[in-house]
Write a protein that binds this ligand. Sequence first.
Ligand code: HC0
Length: 575
Amino acid sequence: NINLKINGMDVSAPAGSTILEAARLAHIEIPTLCYLKEINEIGACRICVVEVKGARSLVASCVYPINEGMEVFTNTPKVLKSRKKTLQLILSNHDRRCLSCVRSGDCELQKLCKELGVDDEALYDGEKGLYELDETAAHMVRDNNKCILCRRCTAVCSMTQGIGVIGANERGFKTNIGSAFEMGLGETSCVSCGQCIAVCPTGALYEKDSIDAVLEAIADPEKFVFVQTAPAVRAGLGEAFGLPIGTNVEGKMVAALRRIGFDKVFDTNFSADLTIMEEATEFLDRVQNGGVLPLITSCSPGWIKYCEHYFPDMTENLSSCKSPQQMFGAIAKTYYAEKLGIDPAKMVSVSIMPCTAKKFELGRDDQSAAGVPDVDYSLTVREFARLIDKVGLKFLSLPDEQYDNPLGISTGAAVIFGATGGVMEAALRTAVWKLTGENSDSPIEFNEVRGVQGIKEATFQVAGMDVNVAVASGLSNARELLEKVKSGEANYHFIEIMGCPGGCVNGGGQPQVPASVRNFTDIRALRAKVLYDSDAANPLRMSHENEAVKMVYDEFLGAPGSHKAHDILHTTYVK
Ligand code: HC0
């Protein structure tokens, strides 16, 4: 360890720490704007400056390493004045219509201005950049009038996701973030993952909002409006209402949706179980009949779009299964519509997702089993939280309620879909049963595919056969894994890929977590624990034990992989 003094106090921190990290160990939070650990370590915004004895000027604590005997001062008048001036300069070229800004209340810039006493935000006003909104993408809007050029979005796009469709255009005062050749984001090979929104400190990036359209549908007496909630929503939504990261709010979430006025409140977990029935069948069919291997999961639409753009020669490896979101809508508008005697054209299918790519997915070709879209509107968790506020529900005091049946029934195998490795684990549980006719010997936990590592590999014995599997989350990791497959270096039978690092728990539609928390907490692990705990607490832990799924096969689809199941639950890809 290295010993230093911060504000006159003795502090000891591991070698290699930055001043920012050492200060945190001493319970001092130095403010930051551009810094994102391991993603954007550029020391550019100068908000985190501190004084170091002997240094000629203030230093950026986010990148400045500690050394033995160093003396640091984090809150001298000089430091505070410098930070305030930096904020005033940012504000001089910032759209300050904060009242209705989508980030009002959780904007990192707004919070810092309050903390540092910026009461003269127009002090340095002069010429301002005026930018048109970029609304060309299916899932999001860019408002450069609110951009502070921190580069967090461009770093996550290029480093974490390996995509790099946004960057700095122009120089000096004219610098702005956008795509090459002034193209709209919708014209690029953006995959809609929304990780840029998740890390944006201000209101410059936000999802396209479908709240009012959903409220209008609910208000229309002619419409039957049902909603499904993705596995990871219950693990993230509470944060929007001040609950600690890693709180399961499933019961209150269901109660909120009922009070908002949805006719039925269902669970994507139901169709995650259904997906496993189809996908495990497809996997065994490919293994036994010489089909294309490795089979790669198809539930993450950001990943699907990535595969189509960047690995078009591997689309044949993709499972033909629609994602659980789409399967849900497809079954609801066919089987359930028939059961209730409702015209599917009068049904409105809404999903709540931790994802922005789901907004894009619902408009893909071949996602209309009943001749109308399987899913009409997909809201992110953030939109859902705003909807709850808009209709005046006191979320924290709502009772815990249960999903409606039958499309609200699910097993523990389904809820873990929302964490990286979960789909693989769920599929393995059912593949063992399909091959042997028996459930896997205990334990049914496949720990090798759990955890937040970007790439995981394992070999399992399934009915005497060695099954090589791999799991990747985050698209840079996906690329690394796929290059190994293409070069022949690795030989897998089954691969799970999720577009967002850590899986849906860390999806681009989850509540934004400020950098001051993100940089010091593994939000992926905390949220994933909610799902694994929920799995462990469920008496049913294998998708083939889901009675509602069995009923849908008995009454409607026939067997997994049947012709009818293919018509309704499977899809195609473009190269
Ligand atoms: Fe996911 Fe899904 S697990 S992609 O991460 O497979 O968004 O939570 O809903 O569709 O089930 C997201 C989460 C889903 C789907 C499921 C899958």
